[in-house]
Design a protein around this ligand. Structure first.
Ligand code: PAF
Length: 285
C-alpha cells in the first residue's frame, strides 16, 4: 500500500481508466471499517481509503482532541485487507482556501439536518458535507462506500451529491456489531470495562423497538420505553430515541406507509456519545 499525503500526489498515482471505490474514514480503524474496505474491493478493482480527522465536523473541541488516533494499526489493517491507496492529508491539503470555504456552503438540507444529530450537534453536517465534497473532488471515485451506522450522515451525503451534481454512486454497508450487539465504533475505544458492558444495552433496546413496531405498538410508547430502558442503566444517558421515515427522516406517524422505517438513538456513555440505528424489515443483525 502506498501512502499519499497530498491530493496532487494521489491524483497523479491513481489510474485514469479504472473504476474507483472509495472509503473515507477518520481513522482509529476497526472491523467495521474493514467490512467497508472489503465491500469496496468487491465493487471495483481500485480501492482508495482516506484517513482525515476533519476538524470542521466537530462541534466540541474536547471531542476532537480526544478522538482516537491509531495510525500504525490503521495502516496495518488496510494493508491486510489489500487496500493499495491511502490518502493521509493534512488540514491544508484538504482546505487550501481555508476551513471557512465549502463547496457545499448554503445547501439547505431541510428536515434531513433538523433532527437527531443535526439538532444535537450544530454545524456537524455542514462540516461533513464540506469535507466529503472536497474528498470526492480529489478522489473522483465511481462509488463512495459508507456505513449504515451513520444513517443520517448517509442521507445528508446523498442529498449533497444530488444537489452538487457529483457523478458518484453511494453504496451503504450494514453496521457491524460486537457479540453483545454494540455497533462497532472508533469511539468505543474510549470506554472502560463497565461502560463497555453497559453500552451493550443500546442495541438490546433498539431491537425491542423493532420487535414492538412489527407487533404494531404505537411509536410514542416505543420511543419512551426505549428511552427509559436505556436510561435505567446509571452509566447510560440517552439523548434521543427516534422512529422515522428513512427517506425523509421525518418522524414516523403510526400507520404511515414508508419504504424504510428506522429507529435511531444517541446515548452518552462515560466520555463518549454513541449513535446507533436499526432498520425495520431488513436483515440487520
Ligand atoms: O463517518 C466518518 O468517519 C466521517 O464523518 C467521514 C464520512 C469520513 C467524513 O469526515
Amino acid at each position: 500500500m502506498r501512502i499519499y499525503k497530498t491530493a496532487k500526489a494521489l491524483q497523479k498515482a491513481l489510474p485514469k481508466d479504472k473504476a474507483i471505490a472509495y472509503v473515507p474514514t477518520m481513522g482509529a480503524l476497526h472491523a467495521g471499517h474493514m467490512v467497508l474496505i472489503d465491500a469496496a474491493a468487491k465493487l471495483h478493482d481500485v480501492v482508495v481509503a482516506s484517513i482525515f480527522v476533519n476538524p470542521t465536523q466537530f462541534n466540541d473541541d474536547a471531542d476532537l482532541d480526544a478522538y482516537p488516533r491509531t495510525p500504525k494499526s490503521d495502516v496495518a489493517l488496510l494493508k491486510k485487507h489489500g487496500c493499495k491507496y491511502l490518502y493521509l492529508p493534512k488540514v491544508e491539503d484538504i482546505y487550501p482556501k481555508g476551513t471557512k470555504f465549502s463547496a457545499a456552503e448554503g445547501i439547505d438540507f431541510g428536515p434531513l439536518t433538523d433532527t437527531m444529530e443535526g439538532a444535537n450537534r450544530p454545524g456537524h453536517f455542514d462540516g461533513v458535507a464540506q469535507v466529503v465534497s472536497r474528498l470526492l473532488e480529489i478522489v473522483q471515485p465511481t462509488t463512495l462506500v459508507l456505513g449504515q451506522k451513520d444513517y443520517q450522515q448517509v442521507a445528508v451525503i446523498r442529498a449533497m451529491v444530488q444537489r452538487l451534481d457529483i457523478p458518484v454512486d453511494v453504496s451503504v454497508v450494514p453496521t457491524v456489531r460486537a457479540k453483545d450487539g454494540l455497533a462497532l465504533s472508533s469511539r468505543n475505544k474510549r470506554l472502560n470495562n463497565k461502560e463497555r458492558i453497559a453500552a451493550g444495552t443500546i442495541n438490546v433496546q433498539l431491537a425491542a423497538v423493532v420487535a414492538g413496531l412489527k407487533a404494531g405498538w404505537p411509536v410514542d410508547v416505543l420511543e419512551q420505553l426505549a428511552l427509559s430502558g436505556i436510561g435505567q442503566n446509571d452509566l447510560l444517558n440517552p439523548e434521543y430515541v427516534q422512529i422515522f421515515d428513512g427517506d425523509t427522516l421525518l418522524s414516523y406517524l403510526d400507520g404511515d406507509n414508508v419504504r424504510e422505517l428506522v429507529v435511531a438513538t444517541a446515548v452518552h456513555c462515560g466520555p463518549v456519545r454513541l449513535i446507533d440505528n436499526r432498520i425495520v424489515n431488513q436483515s440487520n443483525p
